[in-house]
Write a protein that binds this ligand. Structure first.
Ligand code: HC3
Length: 472
């Protein structure tokens, strides 16, 4: 797997939602020349990751309320334009999702250099189109036209646009400059006690040293556990109270039928967007696991590529109601029937069984957090550059998990958690298999309509990029 070659991360600092540089603010002031990607009305900027008008922005915001659910009374293929946009909320929402709108785009919507250049090119292309139209009008009305600006146009800027979902740059990691406590260690020192905190001037270990006591080790371990638990809580996607309040809110028969009458590719696209949202939270979780950021970027990516789907599946147990076998999906609790049109019943059944089996372990939030960290930081994953360093972080997480299980009088859980880990591996292989089947059958959807992050995570395994000219 050519991780280093394909995934360049260095330039991923500009935020699409909150542009901070001069270039970004220049782009935002000019974005309005591009019509709303949903209905074609006049746009007002980038909202939820896509250029839209105020109307579609508000519509998308309202559509994300947990109580909202739309269905189409026709064939789910209504035309959405300025005049028809209010006729079918279902198809309008589908178009928003297909264009890549996501409520998480505000939080995670970082713009890569490629995307920024692409946007500048699109702004320029539209500006020129408008100018061209004006020139034609002027010519017809006999007006002279020669502007310096026209002569200066770079041919580069006139190149065809790459659709947002067809860009080839890494979506996996966006590096922010926020400082979090992190651990530093070398491959030859794989113990928590050998790690050095670099977050503040004086580390817990040196504080302990100065006091001459041995409690420093446990202090470090406790800080590591706290950090992972906090990170898990901050990135868990849904608040416990929210889930509790909606626990018995299941999809109605009509709503379920609306999902079931979606075409296979439509449902795949829908689920791919939902899955990608969940993965983005996992990526944020990973970035705050002490020690993760000290790994090379390629190793961080390699761990996320193999582990993020597994963590999504672990997290599924938190949003799973084992009493009626439903999962929180699109604002309500959904049974396996909701996913029928994906046409992969065996995968869905296996994933639901897994969630059930994790629920049966009755893990605390702390145990789930440490277990998730251990699923991610695994030195046995393929393509790691510095396996020793990964092992070092893995050991520290293992020690943390062992400690909290011991403290909670649940030592015997460790063995069961390792068993669950091997089930996770087979679930992901099955998922990859399904994706391979789907991308052979619907190459266009897989190539152009799946979120870039989804493709980046699963592409190499499932050969999603089957189209000629696709970036490998
Ligand atoms: C059902 C789901 C896996 C679980 C995902 C969960 C429930 C996980 C916990 C998050 O907090 C919320 C969440 C959102 C999306 C859920 C996924 C949607 C589809 C996926 C199935 C396993 C199908 C795989 C979809 C495919 C084939 C397109 O990749």
């Amino acid at each position: 797997m050519a991780v280093a070659g394909r995934l360049s991360l260095a330039t991923r600092n500009a935020s699409l939602a909150t542009p901070s540089t001069a270039t970004s603010s220049k782009i935002t002031t000019q974005i309005e020349v591009i019509p709303c990607k949903i209905c074609g009305d006049k746009s007002s900027g980038v909202h939820y990751g896509v250029i839209t008008c105020e109307g579609c922005k508000g519509f998308f915001r309202r559509s994300q309320l947990p109580t909202v659910s739309y269905s189409c009374s026709r064939q789910s293929n209504c035309t959405i334009d300025r005049s028809s946009r209010n006729r079918c909320q279902h198809c309008r929402l589908q178009k928003c999702l297909a264009q890549g709108m996501s409520r998480d785009a505000v939080k995670f919507g970082r713009m890569s250099k490629r995307q920024r250049d692409s946007l500048i090119a699109e702004v320029e292309r539209h500006r020129q189109q408008q100018q061209q139209q004006q020139l034609q009008v002027d010519a017809q009305s006999g007006l002279a036209y020669h502007t310096k600006e026209r002569e200066d146009c770079s041919p580069q800027l006139l190149q065809p646009m790459t659709p947002a979902y067809c860009s080839g740059e890494s979506e996996l990691l966006s590096f922010t400059s926020d400082v979090h406590p992190y651990l530093l260690c070398t491959p030859n020192q794989p113990q928590v006690s050998d790690m050095i905190y670099r977050s503040s001037g004086v580390s817990p270990s040196s504080r302990a040293h100065m006091r001459g006591d041995t409690s420093g080790h446990s202090e470090i371990r406790d800080e590591l556990c706290d950090s992972i638990v906090r990170s898990n809580k901050d990135t868990c996607q849904y608040r416990a109270e929210e889930l509790q309040a909606l626990k018995w809110k299941v999809f109605s028969r009509e709503e379920m039928q609306a999902y079931q009458s979606k075409s296979v590719d439509e449902m795949w696209q829908h689920c791919a967007v939902r899955l990608t949202d969940a993965v983005q939270y996992v990526v944020e979780f990973a970035k705050h696991i002490p020690g993760f950021r000290l790994l090379s970027q390629n190793d961080q990516i390699a761990l996320l590529k193999t582990g993020s789907m597994e963590v999504v599946l672990v997290r599924m147990s938190r949003v799973f109601n084992a009493e009626n076998n439903t999962v929180f999906f699109d604002g309500k609790f959904a049974g396996t029937e909701v996913f029928k049109s994906l046409a992969c019943g065996d995968l869905i059944a296996a994933v639901f069984d897994f969630a059930h089996s994790v629920c049966a372990l009755k893990l605390t939030d702390q145990q789930v957090a440490l277990f998730s960290a251990l699923v991610l930081i695994n030195a046995d994953r393929p393509c790691l550059e510095d396996r020793g360093k990964v092992l070092c972080v893995q050991r520290s997480v293992e020690l943390g998990l062992t400690h909290i299980l011991h403290r909670d009088n649940r030592d015997s859980l460790m063995h069961k958690l390792y068993q669950r880990m091997s089930v996770l591996r087979s679930l992901c292989s099955l998922h990859t298999e399904k994706l391979r089947w789907f991308s052979q059958r619907y190459p266009l959807t897989a190539h152009c309509l799946f979120p870039p992050l989804y493709k980046e995570l699963f592409a190499s395994e499932a050969e999603l990029m089957l189209l000629p000219g696709a970036t490998h």
